[in-house]
Design a protein around this ligand. Sequence first.
Ligand code: GAL
Length: 974
Amino acid sequence: MRLSTPSWYEDVSPGRGVLPPRAWYARSDAAALPLDGTWRFRLSPTADHADESFAAEGYDARDWGEVTVPGHWVLQGEDRGAPAYTNVVYPFPVDPPRVPTENPTGDHLRRFDLPDDWPEAGGAVLRFDGVDSCARVWLNGRELGEFKGSRLPHEFSVGRILRPRGNVLAVRVHQWSSGSYLEDQDQWWLPGIFRGVTLLHRPEGAPGDFFVHASYDHADGTGTLRVVCDVPGRVTVPELGVDVATGEPVTVPVEAWTAETPRLYAGELATAGERIPLRVGFRTVRVENGVLTVNGRRVLFRGVNRHEFHPDHGRCLDPATMRRDVELMKRHNVNAVRTSHYPPHPAFLDLCDEYGLWVIDECDLETHGFQRLGWRGNPVDDARWTPALLDRAARMVERDKNHPSVILWSLGNECGTGAGLGAMADAIRERDPSRLLHYEGDRSCEHTDVYSRMYASHDEVDEIGRRADEGPAARGALPFVLCEYAHAMGNGPGGLAAYQRLFETYERCQGGFVWEWIDHGLTHPVHGYAYGGDFGEELHDGNFVCDGLLFPDRTPSPGLAEFKKVVEPVRLGAARDAGAVRVTNLRDFADLSDLSFTWSFQVDGETTGSGPLKVPVLAAGESAEVDLPEPPEHGPGHRPAGERTWTVRAELARDTRWAPAGHEVAWGQLPVSARRPPAPAHGARAVVRDGRIVLGPGVFDARTGAPLTLCGVPLAGLRLDVWRAPTDNDNGSARRPDERFGRLWRELGLHRMRHRIDAVSVDRTPGEAAGDTLTVLTRVAPAARDVALRTAYRWTSDGTRLRLAVSVTPEGEWRLPLPRLGVTLGLPATLDEVVWFGGGPGEAYPDTREAARLGRWHGTVDDLQTPYVRPQENGARIDTRWVELGDGTDRLRVEGDPAFWFAARRWTDAALDAATHRGDLVPGGSVWLRLDHAQQGIGSGSCGPGVLPEFGPLPAPAAFAFTFTAPGREPAAS
Ligand code: GAL
């Protein structure tokens, strides 16, 4: 036997036997039969067995297994192979268009009968909405053809082959095909029929295709509708009194569609054979004077990059999950989505139309792995592949062209440059001049309408904003977007607020799309969530696949809370007049009539009064100063010297599709009075007895000066600490070796500092009684290095309160910022109820602090942990005035001077650092409490720019203090 090589799946052609692409729609009055469900399934390790007998009539597949369609077979059973993750590199030798002999092949069989009411007349098509990476299809023993293009629809005409009963559909799917070279996106490699399969009746006289053109003229408020269809028919939109023939334009006064006001008009396209519901959104997209406008106005993208992902089902998403994504986006002030890096399930775009999201629809195309080869052999620069590229472009545009939410087409992602991309651009422009073109890889902007970049630094965005960047003249005249920025891997991204300021400063900078929406961690019985390498992959990119604003189960991460705050569409800030708040409507279109406003007043974080706030219905872009009421100073929480704050909130006045009335859209806090530092604590005399020093409520080891109990609470190991388990962003990337702090800190030894005790003495504080201060002088330094932190601990007490003043003086030549600077102490594990007055409710770091609001917060130690898929530094609470840890009986309170960061966990930072998965974190016998004076920022260094200089200073002399009390036992000070 001789196998023919290369085979069809290694051929550059996009397919054979497939119908031309056309508009996708979910419903019509034509019959449809979903073929989703349980299919017979057989997996072979290679593609080279020539046996196609399974596709023949009468084949007995009783000994086969089963698979759920849609789905990925590698996620359906341990004997089905495994997922594999690579970012850039191809997981097979690069020899396009050939693929390896080891080519997992899934044979699928499905028997079906036609429903009794299936019409006899007319034809039928069989539609595959997504098969990774290619399929060869037979129906009732007849071969229909084959196709590639994993995230694009493909249809076959099957009318004449269908029979009322006992149809057998056979589909052979290979994991690897020539198409895999075009699908090198940064995600799991997951083969299978992962989107639906549907049999669609095509009545005689039904449209082959139709194109809804609906533009909006902002000058006169009219919309023009023209539905082009390949068969004659009528177009009706009852609400607009429209009833016209297909092809005929009609202009009527309308409300425009925008992401903020997603006004859709229900209509119908009626032809002799089929009635298709339409949802018409009128809008016009342009570049005018270098600015991207919709309906004549500049828009600002508050966007995210969305991959399709589910922790159990991979890229197979059910409708509820898609809706959940859209609701979560809307609830977090996201207004735009880039469908990285392929057209999503079309139902997702229906939701974008309905809920209101601007969409960059991206073609299923990435050839990034060729970059590592100097772009040799890149398919986008090789004419043999151009038909495949054009096929992909056409399948995207034809499928999605009737969605008002789609305002830009993107040629793909990270393909370098080449004539094939130009051909795609030309074809798309010709077919649909009503939308703009995007492709980040085209730095010349020869083929694009927007200048797009990923991970440009703040400085560079500033330069681009001022149009001071060097580059081709044509590019200088284009609007600018960051198609990717703010790498949300692990803890972070930091620096969002600084980007937002640039977007709001420069007209040309029209926002960006955070990388990315969701972590792609796969559910794993031991690890919690698996990432690259957990399935024994030969090549992999570890947890680079977990870089989303949502955890894999779609729980929002602190990064999403931060994004929501940073991009909030209403700003509530300080006014000129202290008794007022400045309200600014940062939306592009909508006024504030959907929102209601409230004020509340806090004294020491406790609300003493609240009420509605009357805010004028400001139009988009308008701003006003709104008077606040008399401060309710005498509410229940009133204390004479308390810290006072106004909090103003904007919430939904009425239920919407995506959130109930009362949902908070924006908030602001206005400080009224500054915090008063904690009262001094001195006067008590230290008593030295039996190897112990007793100072007020503190007992210390007389030899080391280490505290043994504070306010009756036993404690372990209080000492200076600078280490944090490096975040993914601390670890940085190869692009910026000088900012790979995780590694540099470790090389310097900051995770293994030695503490030399130079002196333990009981002294007199000037002006106080003799023997009132316990002083411990230390030198904290890593082995093998000559840098150090000279650290003095000075303890004083007034008899009931104990104050620790720490002063730190760097010694030697420090070239790195510290991960953090503070003290760590171990407390009994029972002290796990936490209350604090400070920033909350979530974690915050110097450049991820916008979402932290001043208040009184509580939770358990477990609640304070942020469960990053790869464990790392997390959970610090910012601006803490005081924190209390208790267990119902004992409580320890720590007040800071100045305010501080705290974190508390059931494992040490060393254990956190050593853990690679959530499952590795096991509670120990203590609660480790960290009281920090400083934290390094977070930045976006895992892929983008690192920490801005102001958030990562080099070590400098520092002084800070904490006062410990046991509230309840003794009167607490505030
Ligand atoms: C970009 C790429 C994305 C993703 C990201 C890093 O270069 O377009 O797909 O890989 O980097 O997470």
